[in-house]
Design a protein around this ligand. Structure first.
Ligand code: HEC
Length: 169
């Protein structure tokens, strides 16, 4: 009888623990951003071109090539040449993906900016910063709120902390 009670208790506490961990807030932000980055439908490319660009002198990344795309919300902030309009603040829901490529056939990493003021991982400007490989490996957790990114992204000429216009005028 004692064993039965013990087992019942074990099962009960196990299910409580399971429920608690499955509704933990925020832990899925990286995964959510990866899924959003992988679904390329509706994105608009910087300067309307999907050509890979050789990395700029400003970039802190090792990968040789990159290209950047904007979801439909973020794309409302592009001008008629596909560059980011000067002086704008990206609206809630903006999602920007910089694809980093080692060579023309090897996608290495998605660098992501997601404007979501209410997200617990958002920085003071409402950006959530993602740095994730296509296989799901997280290179920099969104939990860190862009700690490794913001300093460089505050470069002179940045537009709401974005840097494409500076690096590729
Ligand atoms: C040493 C400087 C530097 C660091 C550090 C850096 N970036 Fe960038 N980032 C750039 C530059 C410059 C660009 C413009 C494109 C290019 O040249 O790579 C850029 C572009 C981007 C873009 C495309 C949108 C835009 O116009 O800015 C995203 C998204 C991005 N970075 C995310 C990140 C994330 C996430 C991190 C941190 C994990 C990070 N970056 C760290 C310099 C940096």
């Amino acid at each position: 009888m004692k064993t039965m009670k013990f087992i019942a208790l074990l099962l009960f506490s196990g299910s409580v623990l399971f429920q608690a961990s499955s509704c933990k807030k925020g832990t899925d932000t990286d995964k959510e951003m990866l899924d959003m980055a992988k679904n390329t439908a509706g994105f608009v490319w910087y300067k309307f071109s999907d050509q890979l660009l050789p990395k700029s002198n400003f970039s802190g990344h090792n990968e040789a090539f990159l290209r950047t795309r904007y979801n439909t919300v973020a794309a409302t902030m592009l001008d008629s040449t596909g560059k980011v309009k000067e002086g704008i603040i990206f609206p809630e829901g903006s999602f920007i993906v910089k694809e980093l490529w080692n060579d023309a056939s090897t996608l290495s990493t998605y660098a992501i900016l997601w404007k979501q003021y209410s997200n617990e991982d958002a920085d003071a400007s409402g950006w959530v910063w993602g740095y994730i490989r296509p296989d799901g490996e997280v290179r920099e957790s969104s939990k860190k709120k862009g700690e490794a990114c913001i300093g460089c992204h505050s470069l002179s000429g940045n537009i709401d902390l974005t840097a494409m216009n500076v690096a590729f005028p």
